[in-house]
Design a protein around this ligand. Sequence first.
Ligand code: SF4
Ligand code: SF4
Length: 468
Amino acid sequence: MQNKKNESKAIDRRSFLRKSAIAGAAFTSIGIEGSKIVQAKTQGNKSTKITSYFPFRVIEHSSIDDILTIQPDYKRMHQKNTIFSRSAWDPEMGFGDGKGTVASFMAVPHMIPDAIAVGKEKGWGPVEQALSDAAVFSHNAGTGFSAMGMRNAGPFCDWDVFAHPHTKEKYQFKSPEEANKYIKRAVQFLGASDVGIAPYDQRWIYSHWFNIAPIMGIDIENVKKPIQEVETEAKFPFEVKSVIVTVHRMDHESLMTPGYIMNSSTMDGYSKMAEVGAKVAMFLNSLGYKAIPAGNDTGLSVPTALQAGLGESSRMGLLVHPKFGPAVRIEKIYTDLEIAPDKPITFGVKEFCKKCMKCADECPSNAISREIEPTPAPNNPSISSHPGVTKWYQDNEKCIEQWEKMGYGCGICLAVCPYNKPENWVHDVAKLAVGMPVGRDIARILDDSFGYGKLDPDKVDKFWNDED
Ligand code: SF4
Ligand code: SF4
């Protein structure tokens, strides 16, 4: 047993040295580009700043319209047309009674008898399922399934409480900038991995809110009185002035482990969103301000997070955070407190995505665009596409059909992305190659060489046996 352990350590060392040699080559190739960045900083180039997000060159922009091309005919999205909402009402989804996807997302995979792996393959056993059920507990109990777009449905996102604070007097910050500083410090203390402030922008609010609970017969009576209307024009109960956007890092090791363990990473992220969102709303209430915490409900998360300076959009449609990559969940807290907004950023994701395509290669349902350049509309439009922004469009129907087959949220694209790295120096080398234009050609090769993004069933044993 001991010998086997030593042998595996020796192999690890050999493999480490091989990787380090490749890493050295990468450093050599990209070193010149690295010194250019320092020069830009010392010359006082105001549009470029080096942040703590080593090794990326992060550029701040004055508005989201500088980083996204939004067509003049862009229209706000009706929440009814999101893929989760459609699985509740649209027979065209082809899932029998149309309830499969939503059911699977509610941590009841036994409702999907034809799920391909449940109970049969490594990572899909009862212990892993128990882990996933535990991970999602605070989300389900606290928000009444905000992950499925349900708003105002639980104690952690109760509009009757958080949008109507009893405090009589509003605390006055000296300036919106001071509010930015205090709010962000408090939110990080309360448990967010990162936080940014977006201005209120109605373009990202659903035109109509949609409630799946009455259609699905979901009983949330024990949590809160359910909203009865199925759809309603989006109208906040107060004037929203700012949006606090939080990101919650997903556990890297579990994300790379197939089955329910991978899913546990997502579920834990949803629970963290719910818990921290409620605490932030309570903080604002205690200062006399109104708040509405929202998970996947109320408005679009990715453009709001872009606006809050928390990352860049990517080929697979997810936000890529400069430190945590795409492995984050996003929560929004709408408030009537005026907070100075942060600036949108770019750090080379779009350029890298043009060459990388790893998510498109690995997607089991071929749902990710293989176009080199982002496009203003999808090639295969559907009512869930929501055109009008130049970006890479996914085939949402193909994606969700894959979830249905697996019996749970897939997430392979997220797991394999080269931006999704643990933090240590060897991994930083691959990140460095990703970050620099000169290194981009070799970054995907380097990433594959390190074995990143491989969903290996043997990782299930490693997950349970690792004591670190
Ligand atoms: S979640 Fe899975 S099926 Fe959907 S786009 Fe990503 S890899 Fe493809
Ligand atoms: S896997 Fe590659 S192409 Fe896909 S989002 Fe990540 S960096 Fe972009």
